[in-house]
Design a protein around this ligand. Structure first.
Ligand SMILES: Cc1cc2nc3c(=O)[nH]c(=O)nc-3n(C[C@H](O)[C@H](O)[C@H](O)COP(=O)(O)OP(=O)(O)OC[C@H]3O[C@@H](n4cnc5c(N)ncnc54)[C@H](O)[C@@H]3O)c2cc1C
Length: 415
């Protein structure tokens, strides 16, 4: 009888879970090792947007100027505190070098296929029984000022021309046709109809149940310390609970991936981009639309079972504090757009480390030095939106099948 091949997936976030899903589907025996609680890191209380609209990378013309301005602004949603972190300085330099039109377009062309493929795969997952409060209302980018609204027309034009991803515009109070709870007198909004949203913790719970029901194993509180290596092959992993043998490994450790790059044969320039969210009960008058308040960089996610505000991007190393001022910013910013910026009862205040790469593209592919190790990390601000296609790609790579997307934009060798 043929023993099924065993793959160990390192990291129980949305990326590791998606990889496990597609590997199980193609006949592997799968074990997910998670150093903490499954689904409890960046994939837990993020904003839940599945957004093919987010094609453009963070590194774009003007981004450095914007970042410098916000470094000196009080209570800005964007913060950089590099201190003596050499890795972060190098990351910032790589990022700054990419803030030009050509590199922006190159990254966007890598990002879009993953977003589009994942959006389609989500439909299949939902039809297959994954429960996550899935809603397909689109995503509304709201502008406080008329200038902001008009300025965005340029970006929309670019998205339309180059990426076939345009939005419907609603100038001034017309935006209240989309979301009547928005305050009067705003600049307007752009509606991306193909976007969707879900409740991330529900997704993780349901996906876990699906994986376990198909024979996958999920072990929590097991930290992978290193790989067991023989030549250019990994034989398994050393963990906090002893050794585990495997035929292949998938490294999906999110923002912590660089801690395991000793044997990978490539640089993994991932820095944590810290963000926050506030989850409350639904406001008495709850918006129906998921929205991004562009000028304040705050996202609103109305869910069937709750309501969430999320924002901020801090490059401050692996900082795990939650300062009340940062959470207060979320309410304060949303109050410029909504009479009732949040619900009455706070259910959770949260931070997450986004796994940020300098070119906003994830790293997906075989390790240059260990042939049976596939890296799937660095999904930046869009890990939830890119997870299913990443999982499918990883399974295709390990199975030696033709990948459903061109993989060169995600190559681990590019840094
Ligand atoms: C405020 C905020 C809002 C966001 N909103 C959105 C959104 O609306 N849409 C979207 O697409 N994305 C969003 N994101 C980004 C998204 O959350 C991330 O891109 C995504 O969760 C990354 O998933 P991951 O599986 O790579 O990492 P994680 O979810 O962090 O999972 C990695 C896991 O690996 C484990 N691990 C690490 N090292 C080891 C080890 N040595 N051994 C064992 N286990 C290990 C960790 O404990 C962790 O559980 C948001 C992020 C933030 C912070």
């Amino acid at each position: 009888m043929n023993e099924r091949k065993h793959v160990v997936v390192i990291g129980g976030g949305v990326i590791g879970t998606a990889c496990a899903h597609f590997l199980l589907q193609s006949g592997w025996r799968v074990t997910i090792l998670e150093k903490g609680t499954f689904g409890n890191a960046a994939s837990h209380a993020n904003c839940g947007f599945v957004c093919p609209s987010h094609v453009l990378p963070l590194a774009m013309p003007g981004a450095v100027r914007g970042a410098m301005r916000s470094m000196f602004a009080r209570n800005s949603p964007f913060k950089i505190r590099p201190g003596f972190r050499l890795g972060l300085w190098r990351w910032l330099l790589d990022f700054a070098r990419r803030c030009n039109q050509a590199d922006m377009m190159e990254s966007a062309r890598g990002i879009q296929p993953l977003l589009n493929s994942s959006r389609t795969l989500y439909d299949e997952l939902i039809r297959g029984g994954i429960e996550c409060e899935w809603q397909t209302r689109g995503l509304l980018f709201v502008f406080h000022s008329r200038e902001g609204m008009e300025h965005y027309a340029e970006t929309n034009e670019l998205l339309k021309k180059e990426f076939n991803a345009s939005a419907r515009s609603f100038f001034g109070d017309d935006v209240r046709q989309c979301e009547p709870l928005l305050k009067p007198g705003l600049g307007g909004g752009w509606l991306y109809e193909s976007d969707a949203h879900l409740r991330p913790d529900r997704l993780m719970r349901s996906w876990r149940a699906s994986i376990e029901s198909r024979g996958g194993t999920i072990r929590e509180n097991v930290a992978v310390l290193n790989f067991i290596r023989s030549g250019d092959v990994a034989m398994g992993v050393h963990t906090s609970e002893g050794e585990l043998r495997a035929d292949a490994l998938v490294l999906a450790a999110g923002a912590l991936t660089p801690a395991l790059n000793e044997h990978l044969g490539c640089r993994i320039p991932i820095q944590p981009g810290k963000g926050y969210s506030l989850t409350t009960t639904r406001p008495k008058h709850c918006p129906r639309m998921p929205m991004i308040f562009e000028e304040h960089r705050v996202a609103v996610t109305p869910m069937h079972s709750g309501y969430r505000l999320g924002s901020m991007m801090e490059f401050v190393g692996y900082d795990d504090s939650i300062r009340p001022k940062r959470i207060a910013y979320l309410r304060e910013a949303a109050s410029h757009y909504l009479d009732e910026p949040a619900g009455e009862t706070v259910e959770e205040t949260w931070y997450g480390w986004r796994p940020m790469t300098p070119d906003s593209r994830p790293i997906i592919g075989r390790s240059p030095s260990l042939d049976n190790v596939v890296i799937a990390a660095g999904h930046n601000m869009l890990g939830l939106s890119m997870a299913p296609a990443t999982g499918r790609l990883v399974a295709e790579i390990l199975n030696g099948n033709q990948p459903h997307l061109e993989v060169s934009p995600y190559s681990p060798r590019r840094f």
